[in-house]
Design a protein around this ligand. Structure first.
Ligand SMILES: NC(=O)c1ccc[n+]([C@@H]2O[C@H](COP(=O)([O-])OP(=O)(O)OC[C@H]3O[C@@H](n4cnc5c(N)ncnc54)[C@H](OP(=O)(O)O)[C@@H]3O)[C@@H](O)[C@H]2O)c1
Length: 284
């Protein structure tokens, strides 16, 4: 049977092994998409290098260039990905350090918020770049990551990136970097909206007289179950809402108050403001 795993011949270097890099590494190994011998990582702190090595069996380097060199393709059928996973304020320094150390065939995948493909390409003198925008549930393999590529990225590399990002949950290809900013507002900032709604509902439960523990259980499962139901039923959210809104009932009363309080408009404005903020941060 043909090998359908696009990462079977790929070696990966993670530059900056913090929370997100660890989430990707753990997901890749858990799904058996790669073995630990295919992964190298770099980290400035020895304790963290030791921790990653013991936990996942991956080779760790103090210097970023050494991790990149370690995964250089050794044969024409081998491929290699460099994942930039440092905080945005560290990126320029890291790019300067890596300049000139990559071979043309290596693919650079950035998960750094706000970092433009053009900036990375210019700093690294390298053409094949993928820019991604994950979100925090990625840390438990339930995230969603928007991604887009520079023109030089090959179809095979696209398949590899998609497979790697699916280690974090779902991966959604978008058309351009403007849509990465849009995803920043919708899905990457998204958990913040949901957590606020979650908190408000739990507080409302406590206000009525539930213990916080009981209110939390009721709200968590209600949110989880509603999302799963919406996905599985394939119905429009308004249809699902109408199904439980009986004349003069509790849902009708609650919806009236939410519309009166402009909840829909507030959410829409919040997403739009976050989008404008993402765009302006990218211009700095
Ligand atoms: N966390 C999320 O859910 C999320 C969502 C979307 C996008 N992102 C993006 O993902 C990137 C990583 O986020 P994160 O949450 O994983 O951050 P993080 O946990 O701070 O990971 C970054 C790691 O890089 C290390 N580091 C610092 N300087 C370095 C250098 N010069 N070379 C190599 N490594 C260095 C840091 O070490 P120290 O611990 O010693 O500082 C840290 O362990 C960020 O750019 C962020 O914008 C994250």
């Amino acid at each position: 049977m043909a090998d359908t795993n696009p990462l079977s011949n790929c070696r990966l270097a993670f530059i900056g092994c913090g929370t997100m890099a660890e989430a990707i590494i753990a997901g890749l190994l858990r799904k058996k998409l790669v073995g630990p011998e295919q992964i190298a990582g770099s980290h400035p702190r020895e304790a963290r290098r030791e921790e990653m090595h013991v936990k996942y069996g991956v080779e760790m380097f103090e210097h970023n260039r050494d991790a990149v060199k370690e995964v250089s393709p050794e044969s024409p059928d081998a491929s290699s990905m460099i994942v930039l996973a440092v905080k945005p304020q560290r990126l320029r320094h890291v790019l300067q350090e890596l300049k000139g150390s990559l071979v043309k065939e290596q693919l650079v995948v950035s998960i750094v918020a706000g970092a433009k493909i053009e900036t990375i390409a210019e700093e690294l003198l390298h053409a094949s770049i993928v820019r991604t925008m994950p979100n925090t549930p990625a840390q438990i393999g339930e995230g969603v990551t928007a991604w887009t590529t520079s023109a030089e990225v090959t179809e095979e590399q696209e398949r590899q990136v998609c497979a790697m990002l699916e280690a974090l949950g779902k991966a959604v290809r978008v058309e351009n970097e403007r849509q990465i900013d849009m995803a920043t507002a919708l899905s990457a900032t998204g958990p913040t909206y949901i957590f606020l709604v979650m908190e408000a509902l739990i507080d409302a439960g406590v206000h009525m007289g539930f213990s916080r523990h009981v209110a939390q259980q009721l709200v968590h499962q209600t949110l989880l179950g509603s999302v799963l139901f919406a996905i599985e039923s394939h119905k429009h959210p308004a249809e699902l809402r109408n199904m439980v809104t009986s004349p003069g009932g509790t849902s009708a009363e609650a919806i009236y108050q939410m519309e009166k309080g402009s909840l829909r408009t507030v959410l829409s404005k919040a997403v739009w403001s976050a989008f404008q903020r993402a765009e302006s941060l990218g211009k700095r």
